[in-house]
Design a protein around this ligand. Structure first.
Ligand code: AVJ
Length: 329
């Protein structure tokens, strides 16, 4: 009898109560801070993930299409430059854009393993099952983890390792968080590993604001959904209709900010945290920052984190950048 190594494995590195604890911590500190804020990672329950998927198809939301345009054109070059044995993907979600890389790396004949990292076991299971079906020679070793707190890459994966962090998720981190991210990534990379980073670029504020405040109101629903998550997970009593979606361009810090504006003075109870929170009429609570980048400053901050940019590609309209960086010598 021949026993085969299973082609899809899922390693759950998160303690059972990790996410519940992280949510409670984030909400307790965010709702008692001045000004109030919530981290964007709590948007993505099943409904929120579905809404984000809808956002990526909106006419106004260009980043997904722009990044896809670059990947379509450059994937063969990326495969030839990296000759990667393993493709790691941080925050892989549905792994849609990943297929462009998998196709090119499979074509080049170097790839044997795809290693997605995500906080959602269900997303990893769905994506993993489909990928082993469609790529018969590929091993998929998925890891459930929160890469903000744990970025160790399994060392036994065949090198060179290509670490993809796509979708401009890097823009959801502030400069301090980005510096910490680069440093911890740098520590886990070997000399022949590379980082593939997708970053949205600074452009006309009108275009930026429209991308985060679409005509159909999908982004508004996505933003307000975080309140439903708190209602469900922490037994809070947010009235979702008592808040309005706000997207604004912060010129100084070159970032889009999403906020929820309290439509009236109101008090919200969060029994799970033994918390009672007052909102003034028109008070803003920040729910996301989405930093936009310039070539020079992004290259400089990567260098400060020990990563040297080797290639910089943009779409035809110069809206979005995809870069390849290596550990600095
Ligand atoms: C998940 C980082 C790509 O900042 O553009 C889309 C999420 N928020 N619309 C972004 C988002 C509002 C997003 N990323």
């Amino acid at each position: 009898m021949i026993t085969q190594r299973p082609r899809f494995t899922l390693d759950d590195r998160l303690p059972a109560d990790h996410l519940a604890k992280a949510l409670r911590n984030d909400v307790a500190s965010g709702l008692t801070a001045e000004p109030k804020s919530l981290p964007p990672k709590w948007f993505y329950d099943a409904h929120g993930s579905e809404l984000f998927e809808q956002i990526t198809h909106l006419a106004e939301y260009y980043p997904t299409r722009a990044e896809q345009e670059i990947l379509t054109r450059r994937a063969p070059e990326i495969a030839a430059l990296t000759r990667a044995g393993t493709l790691f993907e941080l925050g892989s979600g549905s792994s849609r854009k990943t297929r462009l890389l998998l196709d090119a790396l499979t074509e080049a004949g170097t790839l044997s393993c795809y290693a997605p990292l995500d906080v959602s076991p269900s997303a990893l299971e769905q994506a993993g099952a489909a990928l082993v079906r469609d790529y018969p020679s590929l091993r998929v070793t998925a890891t459930v983890t929160d890469f903000e707190s744990d970025l160790t890459l399994p060392p036994d994966a065949p090198g060179p390792r290509l670490v993809a962090f796509l979708g401009s998720t890097i823009g959801n981190l502030d400069p301090q968080q980005r510096a910490a991210f680069y440093r911890s990534l740098r520590r886990t990379l070997s000399a022949d590993d590379v980082l593939l980073l997708g970053a949205d670029l600074v452009k006309d504020p009108e275009i930026l604001v429209r991308a985060y405040d679409d005509g159909e109101g999908v982004t508004a629903e996505f933003n307000k959904n975080v309140l439903s998550v708190l209602d469900r997970e922490l037994d809070a009593d947010f009235d979702v209709d008592a808040f309005a979606h706000v997207a604004l361009w912060n010129e100084q810090q070159e970032r889009i900010e999403m906020h929820l504006r309290s439509l009236r003075a109101q008090t919200v109870k969060v029994p799970a945290l033994d918390l009672s929170v007052d909102f003034a009429a028109d008070e803003l609570m920040r729910t996301e920052i989405s930093c936009k980048f310039r070539r020079e400053s992004l290259t400089a901050e990567l260098a400060a984190g020990g990563l040297t940019v080797r290639h910089w590609w943009t779409d035809e309209a110069d809206r979005f950048a995809l870069l390849l960086a290596v550990p600095s010598r």
